[in-house]
Design a protein around this ligand. Structure first.
Ligand code: PEP
Ligand code: MN
Length: 262
């Protein structure tokens, strides 16, 4: 298998930012891009704090078809403008093969959401893309299925895949999902790919995010992707798990005490 751990991959995201090396990769930003002002506020604060990359969805896989579906192209233009202003690479989700070309023209990292982890047509097409992929674990995917999904992208020609543990479904609804830290440990042992943890979608509740972040680092994560918003209660999606920018910066300071950032 191409994912076998004969070495540790370092994935270059921009000239200055990488995943899988000795420094932790921190990605922060809102669930959805909502406006230029929102993204400017997030980027200005996070870049100074030491967060290396920005996240923001513009095509959103919403459970209800009546909920906000994302800004689309206008959102991509905002992400690219904020990247050009701050130098921070941007991560955004691709939901379909038909979106790849458009999104790859704007974004630095293509995120594949949980709901698409086994969209094999999409995975094959990502093999032909010249951008790193952040592959999120399916809602109920086994570790083996997760690794094989990554294998699809590698087998079709793109070696730059980061695995993202974002919690799995269980009987307990107190947390939105269950953060599988055992999977983080295992993935580091059975693959050479960087492992990024998303404590936000795992927890579903902002007050659980700081300590899950620290736990992920202890488990061997190469990076974190965390949702935050200038006005978290007003987030158009995933408001309950969004951190304020103050709380996000506080997490970065806690992380810095235990792991090298940039
Ligand atoms: C997201 O990152 O906002 C998202 C929808 O994540 P997931 O695919 O893990 O649910
Ligand atoms: Mn979200």
């Amino acid at each position: 298998l191409k994912t076998e751990p004969s070495h540790s991959s370092i994935i270059q995201i921009s000239e200055r930012v990488s995943a899988g090396g000795s420094e932790l990769l921190l990605i922060g930003g809102p669930c959805s891009v909502e406006s230029r002002a929102q993204m400017d506020a997030v980027a200005s604060r996070l870049s100074v704090a030491g967060v290396q990359a920005l996240r923001g969805g513009v095509y959103k896989p919403r459970t209800s078809p009546y909920d906000f579906q994302g800004m689309g192209r206008e959102g991509l233009e905002i992400l690219a403008a904020v990247r050009d202003r701050t130098g921070m690479p941007v991560v955004t989700e691709v939901m379909a093969v038909s979106q790849i070309e458009e999104i790859a023209a704007y974004a630095d990292v293509l995120q594949i959401g949980s709901r698409n982890m086994q969209n094999f047509d999409l995975l094959k097409a990502l093999g032909h893309v010249d951008k790193p992929i952040l592959l999120k674990r399916g809602l109920a995917a086994t570790i083996e299925e997760f690794v094989m999904a990554a294998e699809y992208i590698l087998a079709h020609g793109n070696p730059n895949v980061m695995l993202c543990e974002r919690g799995i479904r269980s009987f307990d609804t107190y947390t939105r999902n269950v953060l599988d830290l055992g999977a983080v440990v295992a993935l580091k042992q059975i693959t050479h790919l960087p492992v990024i943890v998303d404590p936000s979608h795992a927890a579903g509740k902002r007050e659980l995010v700081p300590n899950l972040t620290l736990a992920a680092i202890a488990a061997g994560a190469d990076g974190l992707i965390i949702e935050c918003h200038p006005d978290p209660e007003k987030s158009v999606s995933d408001a309950r798990q969004a951190l304020s920018l103050d709380d996000m910066v506080a997490i970065v300071e806690k992380v810095r005490a235990i792991a090298p950032i940039v």
